[in-house]
Ligand binder design. Structure first.
Ligand SMILES: [Zn+2]
Length: 503
């Protein structure tokens, strides 16, 4: 006989108003996040239910009282979930029992959701992978940065693509979903940050799933993030509303009616998707937010500065709805000592903006500008212990500047990528105010990559030597010698001194 264990969580039961007619499970959906499999039942009304787990083999049993199942579970793609199969059967002629055969042990958490604009009544079951204790609702730990361990560390930018999973966010023109476009933008920002020396990106989500607020903040803290950016897309009933807006947290109410409405909207969608916020809310949450508030004043000021830097760079590629940083009480920006910004990248409900948001080319440009705004600010105020701070404190390092003639189709961001330098340092080295470059323009590429710039030896050419022999002698490529010496051909002359990169 299988032992039926009821954990504390499995006893959660929602006693809702019972309707005369049986409830119906009309549809089922699954999502996979790094930590759990989410199973959602779409219902025609509220239901009562219990959830329990069984071991050997691992199963989750969902009893739905006075309910019929018309959903076809065989259509569900369970391939990347922890569920092996789903079966349902009738109990007592009127109740349904749904049994999930699990691939491994899970800790189920569940909650019911009422109707909203996108969905009807839902029962949401999150099956947490049971490698460890399910995440307890411990207060968020405010970590201090250890400078010694982090010498020449990367500046860490946590990127949160808004919404995800069964929370699509705003739905725009041609059914464009906010959750998809903001993830695409976030990935562009990630790749640009990661290709910038001295920076590292941390993705809060990198797939189509929802990450709760508490977990978002935990992830940012776990990685000692220096900056947290949440990427969203706006929606408005007025189709003409357009442009990007940068938001920071405010303690004293919103700076505008618009900011206040938006905060309400984004906060409530976070509640819908955020598992912890609905069924597992507890006193610690309040305590945590008090702790957070205490250390947040400084980061709000910094957030505003970085926000202004973002507006300056974004303003060159995209229309800004506001040219100052808006402030409102966004829950998602409450990440304690980490400066945090929310970027509304445009209106998904506006024709031109939606076209942009849907365009990979535009998203690339937009991401470039975001990263430029970020690096520009950190260039002026690098955190202690970071590589960028170290580089600025050691300006005497040998630098290898290279000249480059702009070709048709080049963009400053691609050149920065190609040479492994930041756009900010490129603009700085060339005294440029904007990112626009012209064919034929000669750019100085600053040698900021220490590995390349710092280490080379000199070789004086003697009679009979060739470039290929020298390359062979030093185990380097001919191309690297050409680049280090800005050679236009392979012709060398006796007595000429060559720099040989030795890294
Ligand atoms: Zn949003």
């Amino acid at each position: 006989m299988a032992f039926r264990s009821f954990s504390a969580l499995s006893l959660l039961c929602f006693f809702c108003l019972t309707s005369a007619q049986a409830a119906v499970v009309e549809n089922a959906r699954t999502w996979r996040s790094p930590e759990y499999t989410r199973l959602v039942f779409d219902l025609n009304s509220t239901i009562e239910y219990t959830i329990s787990t069984l071991a050997n083999p691992d199963r989750v049993v969902i009893d739905l009282l006075d309910t019929q199942v018309v959903a076809d579970f065989t259509n569900l793609d369970l391939s990347n979930t922890s569920i092996a199969s789903i079966n349902s059967s009738v109990l007592n002629k009127q109740d349904m029992q749904v049994v999930l055969q699990m691939r491994s042990k899970v800790d189920p958490r569940s909650f019911a959701l009422g109707e909203n604009e996108q969905y009807g009544n839902r029962l949401v079951i999150d099956l947490y992978d049971s490698k460890e204790e399910p995440k307890s609702a411990a207060p968020v730990v405010i970590t201090s940065v250890n400078d010694i361990d982090l010498a020449k560390r990367d500046i860490v930018v946590a990127i949160s693509a808004g919404h995800g999973g069964d929370d699509p966010g705003a739905i725009g023109i041609s059914r464009l979903q906010e959750k998809h476009v903001v993830l695409a933008i976030a990935k562009e920002v990630q790749s640009r940050i990661n290709s910038t020396p001295g920076y590292k990106a941390v993705m809060i989500r990198d797939g189509d799933y929802y990450v709760g607020l508490r977990t978002q903040i935990e992830i940012a803290h776990k990685h000692n993030a220096d900056l947290f950016i949440a990427i969203h897309a706006d929606a408005a009933e007025r189709a003409s509303a357009n442009g990007a807006t940068i938001y920071a947290l405010s303690h004293n109410g919103a700076t505008s009616e618009q900011a206040s409405r938006l905060a309400q909207m984004e906060n409530s969608t976070d509640l819908i998707g955020g598992v912890g916020s609905v069924s597992l809310v507890d006193k610690d949450e309040v305590l945590a937010s008090v702790l957070l508030d205490m250390s947040m004043t400084a980061s709000v000021a910094t957030s505003l500065e970085i926000g202004n830097s973002l507006i300056a760079s974004l303003g060159q590629t995209t229309k800004m709805r506001r040219t100052t940083v808006e402030q409102a009480a966004f829950v998602v920006l409450k990440s304690a000592d980490i400066p945090s910004l929310l970027i509304e990248s445009g209106y998904i409900t506006n024709d031109a903006d939606a076209k942009n948001l849907d365009s990979p080319r535009w998203r690339q440009k937009f991401a470039d500008a975001v990263v430029e705004g970020i690096t520009h600010w950190f260039y002026q105020r690098p955190p202690r212990g970071s590589l960028i701070a170290w580089q600025q404190a050691n300006p005497q390092q040998p630098r290898l500047d290279v000249s480059y003639t702009v070709k048709r189709g080049d963009s400053l961001s691609e050149l920065a990528d190609q040479f492994g330098v930041t756009m900010t340092s490129l603009k700085f080295a060339n005294e440029m105010d904007t990112s626009s470059i012209q064919v034929g323009q000669i750019l100085t590429i600053p040698g900021t990559t220490l590995e390349i710039a710092a280490v080379f030896t000199e070789h004086t050419i003697t009679r009979g030597e060739t470039l290929s022999q020298i390359a062979l002698t030093y185990s380097v490529t001919m191309a690297s010698i050409r680049a280090s010496n800005q050679l236009k051909s392979d012709t060398i002359r006796i007595g000429q001194v060559l720099k040989i990169p030795t890294s």
